[in-house]
Design a protein around this ligand. Structure first.
Ligand SMILES: *Cc1c(COP(=O)(O)O)cnc(C)c1O
Length: 391
């Protein structure tokens, strides 16, 4: 399997950081790979395949419909485009020019992040509300529902809410305000799986569209994602992603997915064209979703904890290191060093094999091992590298 990397002269790394895009995401299970290989061996009509995906995603999320995208960021771009255009092919044709369309997206200032570029890519302007006063330590408040209400107006296309356990206000309260004004809420839940319950949670709490990564802990192909939500918005998103270079008579999508009776005509290729996925990604993502649900949180956590436990045993007695298993939806092994962590991080990254860890808390001398991308064969060499660098 690694011979393709040898051929290209690319080093295999030990990924203890988790499914980061720069580290090529996670590894995928043989069942997922098999589905992708099988799908690759026969051609299908992509609108028919995406309609089938829509039914599967609807079942898994409780949403009316869904779409397989090339990632959560692609989902955010498509979601925003759908909120701006609705089912108007004329508007779809004009994006990213949003003149004379609702072209503002309201977001809590504290929730601005690198990925909201995908939202802005649809041609909208972000309107920030709230002051994250909690940051100062003395403060307790963040954006409040009345601030969303005040910022929403005729130019508002959507409200963006970035899922996080500490997000203020809650999704339910933001959705209440947005829906009162007739504005949809787009949720970025890219990294919110597991727990599996989050597949349904955001829709249940009022999201009109929610984007998940397929290439993170869900275990799908790295360049895949899920967009789930309202039927009309998924329809608008799909129309801006699918290849529509055909006569309308040739286009016969499942009306539950794309209802041609609701359209004036077919738009040209849309702004979402660069978000396209292949049949292999759709098959792989849907298979990963089934496996993710079938395994369940308890068994998944036990599998991950088991792998971290093996590593922990191998690290016993390493000087200047204390380890602790930290439970959670994704358990991690915490490595508390008795020295400055940064030189250790550099030595691990530059070593052979290169080891990448979660370095978020390096300033406290703490490194984390995330088990999601750690293969059984990685445990021994990872322990050896840590021992060599620390001793
Ligand atoms: C990872 C991530 C994304 C992007 O997801 P992709 O599937 O890589 O496109 C977007 N938002 C947040 C909060 C993320 O963590």
């Amino acid at each position: 399997m690694s011979s393709v990397y040898a051929w290209l002269g690319v080093r295999r790394i030990i990924n203890g950081k988790g499914p980061a895009t720069r580290l090529s995401g996670g590894t995928i299970r043989p069942e997922v790979l098999a589905a992708m290989a099988e799908a690759a061996g026969a051609c299908v009509d992509m609108a028919e395949l995406q309609a089938a995906a829509s039914r599967r995603i609807a079942e898994a999320t409780g949403a009316e419909a869904g779409l397989v995208t090339s990632g959560a960021a692609a989902g955010l771009l498509l979601a925003t485009a759908a909120a701006v255009t609705g089912l108007e092919p004329g508007r779809m044709a004009r994006l990213p020019d949003t003149a004379n369309m609702p072209n503002e997206v309201v977001v809590a200032r504290a929730q601005r992040n690198f990925y909201d570029h995908a939202v802005r890519g649809a041609g909208v302007r972000l309107v920030e509300v709230g002051l994250p006063d909690r940051y100062a330590g003395a403060g307790v408040r963040d954006a409040e529902p009345w601030e969303f209400a005040e910022a929403i107006g005729p130019a508002t296309a959507a409200v963006l809410w970035v899922a996080d356990a500490n997000a203020q206000p809650s999704l339910a309260r933001v959705a209440e305000v947005a829906h009162e004004a007739g504005v949809p809420v787009i949720v970025d839940a890219a990294a919110q799986l597991p727990p599996a319950a989050n597949l349904r949670r955001f829709i249940a709490e009022g999201a009109d569209l929610v984007a998940f990564s397929g290439g993170k802990a869900l275990g799908g192909p790295q360049a895949s994602g899920i967009l789930a939500g309202r039927r009309d918005l998924i329809m608008a998103a799909a129309l801006q992603m699918l290849d529509l270079d055909i006569w309308i008579e040739q286009f016969r999508p499942d009306p539950a997915f794309i209802d041609l009776a609701r359209l004036k005509g077919l738009p040209p290729h849309g702004i979402g064209r660069p978000c396209k996925v292949g049949k292999e990604q759709v098959a792989g993502l849907l298979t990963a979703l089934e496996l993710f649900l079938a395994e369940g949180d308890t068994a998944r956590q036990a599998r991950w904890t088991g792998r971290l436990g093996e590593l922990r045993v191998l690290l016993e007695g390493v000087t200047g290191l204390r380890t602790e298993l930290v439970p959670g939806p994704v358990p991690v092994l915490q490595l508390q060093l008795d020295r400055e962590a940064w030189p250790v991080v550099m030595a691990l990254e530059e070593g052979q094999p290169s080891v990448r860890l979660d370095v978020e808390h390096h300033a406290q001398g703490r490194l984390l091992v995330n088990p999601v991308c750690l293969e059984a064969q990685d445990v021994q060499p990872l322990a050896e590298r840590l021992r060599a660098v620390l001793e």
